[in-house]
Ligand binder design. Sequence first.
Ligand code: DX5
Ligand code: ZN
Length: 220
Amino acid sequence: MVIHPSILAPSLLAGDHAQLATSVKEVAALGLTWLHIDIMDGHFVPNLTFGPQTVKALRPHFPGLYFDTHLMLEEPHRYIEAFAKAGANSISIHIEPEYDHRATLSKIRELGCHAGIVLNPGTGADAIKALLPAVDLVLVMTVQPGFGGQAFRPEMLNKLRQIDAWRREQKLSFRLEVDGGIDLQNGVECRTAGADTFVAGTSFFAAADRAAYARTVAQW
Ligand code: DX5
Ligand code: ZN
């Protein structure tokens, strides 16, 4: 059984949108290796954020940083190639919209990226069970996606436990990531429930001591 070390993935959404590179530099300067990048289309979620061009523009400035790309798109299959070419390391797609999930996950891997599947809070774990052998990452949303700064939903802990149990039973090694309202208190609870990868937007960028924040997560 693989137990992944915990990884903190600060969310660029909570960075300074007038100086994105400055926010990313602060993340890299702490020795952190992951950056979470939220892509929204105004359809699947009621907000708009970044596109492949943003990822492409950041890539040469941070060649070693792992770009964890979360696509909140109604038609993610249309953009996989663009994000892979732009320099994404992982590309995570939601299970809720209708498209060929399995083919899209394969395509992500063919393009040399890690493939992730994402569930909204209202979506049961069963919806992704059959896809588990085809993914490198499962992202459990702990808020309704669309905006940063929302409150963590503790009822998602059971979903984490369920997915973690399947991971053990099937001897799989995908990462189990949480996203939405994560902070140093509920993050530990998520870790205990099986999560190993922690997206933090508001709580990380607003922290008085981000280095201490990063050190704490690394010790989970
Ligand atoms: C929400 C996004 C999150 C967001 C998290 O739709 O998927 O990644 O940036 O932000 P916080 O940590 O502020 O909830
Ligand atoms: Zn996200």
